[in-house]
Every structure is written in C-alpha cells, then in structure tokens.
Write a protein that binds this ligand. Structure first.
Ligand code: UD1
Ligand code: UDP
Length: 358
C-alpha cells in the first residue's frame, strides 16, 4: 500500500511517530509536512529526537489566516497527491493541515484515513471542531480512540470504515517515558523537584485571543503556591506581549517562563509535575497516562472520559476557579483504563493493510 501521510503542527509529529514506524515495516509511506509549524522548537526538535524520517515534501505554508493558510496548503498538496498517486491519504487530529489534506483527498482518487476520528467538543466556534467534523465526514477509514468516539460517529450516520484503535498518543508516551526519565535533564536545568511544581501550557485561540480569559489564566497561575513552569507556545507569547500580560507573568516570582520544549523534556515535566494546568487536547490525555492530575483551562473537552474518571477538571479561565483548583487536594480515584492499550499504531496499520487487501 502507498500511504501519503500529512502532518504540519506539533501534536501531529508526535501522533505520527508511532504510526509511521509501524507503517514503514510493510508499506510505502510518503511523508508530507505542510509547514504550518516551522520554528525549531515547534517542529525540527520532534523529527530529530523521535527519529521521524525527513519529510519527502515540505510545503512551507507557514502562518496565516484560516482561509489563506488552508487554501495554500490545499493548492500545494494537490500537486503532490496528483504526482504521487497514493492509495491512501492519512491525516491526524483537527488542525488546518488535517482539513486541507482531507479536502484534497476527498476530491481526488485516494481513500482518506483519519486518526483521532469521532472526537467532539460540541463547540462550533472552535476552529478545530469544524476541522474534525468535516474531516470525519470526508473519511473512508476512521480510527477512533474509544468506543464512545465510534458511537459519536454512528450517531452522525458514519458506520462504515470505523475501527476502535485506542489513542496513538498513549503509544507515544509509553515509548518515551523511560527514556525521558533517563535522558532528560530538564528538572535539574530548571531547578525543579519531582512532585513540587505545576506545569502549564496555553495556546487555544479562545484563550489567547480573549484578553479577559488570558488575564484570568495569568492571575490564576500567578496565585499558585507551587512554582509554575510554563513552556510558552509562540501564539501565546505574541498574545501575552500584545495584551501587556507578559511582564505580569515574567515578574511573578513563582512562574518560570520557558520556550516550548522537546517531547522528551515535556514528558519528563508532565511525569514529575504535581499537577498540570492546560488547554491542550493532547496534554489532558498524556497527564492521565502519566498519573498527573489535570486542570483544563477550557469550558468543555473532547476527552470527557478523563473528567468522568475524576482525573481532569474543567476550570475555564476564571482566576478564582483556577486558584481553587490548584489548591484542591482531594485524593484521586482509582484510574480506569481509557483509550486502548498502547497498540493503537499496530491496529491502525492492520486496518490499513486489510483495506489494501480488499
Ligand atoms: C494549531 C492548531 C491547533 C493545535 C495547535 C497545536 C489550527 C487551526 N490550529 O494552533 O488546533 O492545537 O496548532 O500547537 O490548525 N507560530 C510561530 N511559529 C511556529 C508556529 C506558529 O511563531 O512554528 C505563531 C504564528 O504567529 C502563528 C501563530 O503561532 O500565527 C498560530 O499558529 P497556527 O499554526 O496558525 O495555530 P496554532 O495556534 O499553533
Ligand atoms: N508538547 C511538547 N512540548 C511543549 C508542549 C507540548 O512536546 O512545550 C507536546 C505534548 O506532549 C503533546 C503535544 O505537544 O504531545 C500537544 O501539542 P499542543 O498542546 O500544541 O496541541 P493540541 O494537543 O492541543 O492539539
């Protein structure tokens, strides 16, 4: 089978890492990077440390408004799909890179396969919700991380081509957890000790582009009793500077602002954190896999099972709510098993092989 995989943003490099590895054992993979993320700390570092093969194509699209960015990706990718004539186009998650590739594949011959199908926030104002719903409805093969994601697809009338595979990010965390403990020096570098700091990440448009929400998050984090280590996404750095909030965080004694870190360092930070405050999709799940309590800086989540299990709490962007959640030390319930057993990549490749044989 010839599979053309499309990635472009940080979480997609991490999701593709176990899948590409399994795929290349039996099939041909052409790897396309759209160029949506391009800083060394948002892209290059993951290819280097996870030994992801050099992309066959880098479309170099870069940043831009939704329409311009998506359109440019589609235009450049369309030629590649025409030249390569793959059997399958494989996409991940819910970014503009995902949607652009889905639309290109849907209008050409290859089948479209979607990893992380069936997730919903039910918030149509969120660009990712538009991307994931449209991608699912264009897809021929849908890889759902949980039974409930498959049920969501069924409720929308999508029953053919769906397989429940588990979550590829669980595969990724399991592969690097030990290496992160052995090789990452980030705790020493930042003078942090296991269990004695909070990790924070923020990048969701609803938080960065709303001064009140961003301000609430900044005040909430600044009120933490424990030190807060905050690897700042470039979008958030821009928003903090534009809104005058950067200096509030930089001046807060308990907050350590750092550049985005590589995956080994991030997994080490998340593994050792007393808790994490995040609006990331991936980090909510990774926190669960690494037994770290999570506060989600949003009003809803796609990963509802982590909330139902009592390991994740939706706190929104209100300073007082964040302060209260940071101080909450009710014991955590026993952890159920969610999102598979760490062999999602193998299941995805098995489903692709079956498709190829049919
Ligand atoms: C994108 C995805 C989001 C995903 C996130 C992962 C969309 C609509 N959003 O959001 O779903 O959760 O990636 O991190 O696809 N920038 C840089 N350097 C980079 C990349 C971005 O400086 O390497 C800055 C630019 O100012 C850019 C801004 O960040 O305008 C936003 O980047 P973009 O890729 O458009 O969206 P993200 O917020 O990263
Ligand atoms: N991550 C990382 N370094 C960081 C922040 C996050 O390696 O400084 C990883 C994290 O482990 C997770 C992924 O990036 O696998 C999440 O990406 P992000 O939060 O940007 O996107 P989302 O998951 O919200 O789409």
């Amino acid at each position: 089978l010839k599979v053309l995989s499309v990635v472009g943003a940080r979480p997609q490099f991490i999701k593709a890492f176990p899948v590409s590895d399994a795929l290349r054992r039996d099939h041909d993979e052409v790897l396309v990077h759209t160029g949506q993320h391009y800083d060394e700390s948002m892209s290059g570092v993951f290819f280097d440390e996870l030994a992801i093969p050099e992309p066959d194509y880098n479309l170099g699209v870069g940043s831009g408004g939704h329409a311009a960015q998506t359109a440019e990706m589609m235009t450049r990718l369309d030629g590649v799909v025409a030249d390569e004539a793959p059997d399958v186009v494989l996409v991940y998650g819910d970014t503009n890179s995902t949607l652009a590739a889905a639309l290109v594949a849907a209008k050409r011959d290859p089948a479209l396969a979607h990893v992380e199908a069936g997730l919903r926030s039910h918030n149509w104002a969120m660009p990712e919700e538009v991307n994931r719903v449209l991608t699912d409805h264009c897809s021929d093969l849908l890889f759902a991380p949980s039974e409930s994601a498959a049920e969501t697809l069924a409720a929308e009338g999508i029953r053919n081509g769906v397989s429940v595979t588990g979550d590829v990010q669980y595969d990724a965390v399991l592969r690097v957890r030990e290496a992160a403990r052995e090789r990452s020096s980030i705790l020493d570098d930042l003078d942090l000790r296991d269990g004695e700091y909070v990790l924070a990440t923020v990048h969701r448009a609803a938080n960065t582009d709303d001064r009140d929400r961003l301000g609430g998050i900044v005040e909430g984090l600044a009120s933490s009793e424990l030190p807060v280590v905050f690897p700042v996404h470039p979008r958030t750095e821009g928003a903090l500077e534009a809104s005058g909030l950067w200096s509030r965080l930089a001046d807060a004694e308990n907050v350590v602002l750092v550049e985005p870190v590589g995956y080994l360092d991030f997994v080490r930070l998340l593994d050792g954190a007393e808790r994490v405050a995040t609006d990331s999709g991936g980090v909510q799940k990774e926190a669960f896999y690494l037994d770290t309590r999570c506060l989600t800086l949003r009003d809803e989540t796609e990963w509802t099972e982590t909330v139902d299990a009592g390991w994740n709490v939706l706190v929104g962007a209100d300073a007082a709510a964040i302060r209260a959640a940071l101080a909450d030390d009710d014991p955590l319930p026993e952890k159920p098993s969610l999102y598979g057993d760490g062999s999602a990549a193998e299941r995805i490749v098995a489903a692709l092989s079956e498709y190829g044989d049919a």
